[in-house]
Design a protein around this ligand. Structure first.
Ligand SMILES: CC(C)(COP(=O)(O)OP(=O)(O)OC[C@H]1O[C@@H](n2cnc3c(N)ncnc32)[C@H](O)[C@@H]1OP(=O)(O)O)[C@@H](O)C(=O)NCCC(=O)NCCS
Length: 179
C-alpha cells in the first residue's frame, strides 16, 4: 500500500538485518519486556512474513522511498494468545507499530496507521480494531489518539504473557469502530 510518503509492503529477506538493529535498540524496546537478540529478531520477522503470506495482511514492512528501504513495521496483528478483551465477541485484531529510533518524530507511524485502519475497515470489512500498550508509552498512545482511536476506560487489562508483579503487565486499551 502507498501513503503520501511511505510504502507498506511485504517483507524482504534484506529487512531482517535492519530489524535486528531496531530490536537491539534499548530506547526502541524500553517499554517491551526486553530487547531481542538476532535469533529472536529473525524468528519474529519470519512469523510476521509467514502471517502476511498466509492472510495477505499483517504487520507490513515500512519503506520511505528515496530515504530508507526499511524503517520498521506498522500493521494489523492477530494476538498470538487469548487476550482479556473481546471485539464483538471475537479475539479481535490489533494495530501495532515499531519503528527505528532514527525515524521517530516525523509522523510516519500515524500516517501508516491511518492507511492500515482504512484497509481494515474498507477492504477487510472489520467492524472494530483495537490497540493497546503500557500506560506510560506516551508515543504509542499519541499515535492511537492521533488516528482517532478512543480509550476504553473499562478496558485496562493485565497482559497474559507477563507474570504478576511485572512492571509492564498493566495495559490500556483503545478501540476504533468502522465509520
Ligand atoms: C510508537 C512509535 C511508533 C511512535 O513514533 P512517533 O515518531 O512518536 O510517532 P509518529 O511517527 O506518528 O510521529 C509523530 C511526531 O512526528 C511529528 N511530525 C513531524 N513531521 C510530521 C509530519 N510531516 N506529519 C505528521 N507529524 C509530523 C509530530 O508532530 C509528532 O511529534 P511529537 O512526538 O513531538 O508529538 C515509536 O515511538 C516506536 O517505535 N516506539 C517503540 C515501539 C513501541 O513502543 N511500539 C508500541 C508498542 S504497543
Amino acid at each position: 500500500m502507498q501513503t503520501e510518503r511511505l510504502v507498506l509492503r511485504a517483507w524482504r529477506p534484506e529487512d531482517l538485518a535492519a530489524f535486528r538493529i531496531i530490536n537491539a535498540d534499548r530506547e526502541v524496546m524500553a517499554l517491551m519486556p526486553s530487547t531481542l537478540d538476532d535469533d529472536q529478531s529473525d524468528a519474529q520477522a519470519l512469523r510476521i512474513m509467514d502471517g502476511i503470506a498466509t492472510r495477505g495482511w499483517g504487520l507490513w514492512a515500512v519503506e520511505v522511498p528515496g530515504i530508507a528501504p526499511f524503517i520498521g513495521y506498522v500493521g494489523l496483528n492477530e494476538p498470538a494468545q487469548p487476550m482479556p478483551f473481546q471485539v464483538d465477541g471475537q479475539p479481535g485484531v490489533e494495530l501495532a507499530w515499531r519503528l527505528s529510533r532514527h525515524h521517530w518524530g516525523r509522523g510516519y507511524a500515524s500516517e501508516a496507521a491511518r492507511t492500515c485502519l482504512d484497509f481494515a475497515f474498507d477492504t477487510l470489512q472489520m467492524d472494530e480494531v483495537v490497540a493497546y500498550t503500557v500506560p506510560h508509552n506516551v508515543r504509542s498512545r499519541a499515535v492511537m489518539e492521533r488516528i482517532g482511536m478512543q480509550r476504553d476506560l473499562d478496558g485496562d487489562f493485565d497482559h497474559p504473557i507477563l507474570a504478576p508483579g511485572h512492571s509492564l503487565r498493566r495495559h490500556v486499551l483503545y478501540r476504533k469502530r468502522r465509520p
